[in-house]
Design a protein around this ligand. Structure first.
Ligand code: GEK
Length: 247
């Protein structure tokens, strides 16, 4: 993947527009997400490792909100289960176009990979096929809060026994002091990765209307209400976490 530096918010903007997953973002996305989300490389690679434990023969493995397909690539590096197919879905045309290129490049470099397809679609309107692994890697937080339960319910219906949903999200904390501490530590993480105070401030105002994090308790209850039988956190770095939800 290209590693062009993210300078989207490096110069002062008269009015900071709401964040969108457009061409400018797609071009610098690998750099942006690695410098903004603590633990991202570890989470992505280990989703592949975890998926290999849940994948069932002849089922779909979904990467929902795939962006450039980092999770899809990890699934293909680790899952060897017979007859599985990776289905990557995103509603950003700029992301989908590049994701297809990257998965083709992976095809040409490695043999015996699972087949993969990239669908440009809204995951809220997608008809899910029987699946043993669904990854929502930092995607649910961009879905309008009132539509999250219905989406999780449909994912639960598509999941087969022995499968799993892997849900990674930025967390909000109900305790005010904990929220403040982890927010300031996240800012320190971004600073340490070379973002200026201006970039951090402008990105914050761009994202605050489009990304709405929930607390761990809210996630857990919503997953249980959607029909999942258990919810197991497997990773947390600062205010970013990943959960395994079992059908
Ligand atoms: C990764 N999982 O690299 N339907 C389809 N896609 C959507 C929708 C929707 N309704 N809403 C948002 N998206 C990736 C990172 S990024 C997270 C995921 C981030 C897509 C959106 O276009 C974007 O590509 C992705 O969800 C969220 O592991 O940037 O923090």
């Amino acid at each position: 993947m290209t590693q062009l530096p993210d300078r989207i918010y490096a110069t002062p903007q008269a009015r900071v527009a709401d964040f969108v997953f457009n061409e400018d973002v797609a071009r610098v996305f690998p750099d942006m997400i690695k410098r903004s989300v603590p633990g991202y490389p570890t989470i992505v690679e280990n989703i592949g490792v975890l998926a290999a434990q849940f994948a069932q023969p002849d089922t779909r493995l979904y990467d929902l909100g795939c962006s450039l397909g980092a999770v899809s690539q990890a699934l293909r590096r680790h899952v060897r289960t017979q007859g599985c197919r990776v289905v990557a879905v995103d509603n950003s045309p700029a992301m989908v176009e590049r994701c297809r290129e990257y998965l083709h490049a992976q095809d040409s470099m490695f043999q015996e990979l699972l087949p993969a397809e990239v669908i440009e679609a809204d995951i809220l309107a997608l008809e899910f096929q029987p699946s043993s692994l669904v990854a929502l890697n930092f995607t649910l937080q961009f879905i309008p809060p009132e539509q999250r339960s219905a989406l999780l319910g449909r994912i639960r219906q598509a999941l087969l026994p022995g499968g799993a949903l892997i849900l990674s999200e930025k967390l909000r904390f109900e305790d005010e002091d904990e929220q403040q501490l982890l927010t300031s530590l996240h800012v320190a993480f971004k600073r340490a990765n070379g973002y200026s105070e201006l970039e951090i401030a402008q990105k914050r105002s761009a994202i605050e209307n489009v990304m709405k994090p929930d607390s761990l308790a809210t996630h857990r209850q919503r997953l249980l209400d959607a029909g999942f039988s258990s919810v197991v956190p497997w990773f947390q770095c600062l205010n970013f976490a990943s959960l395994i939800a079992l059908p």
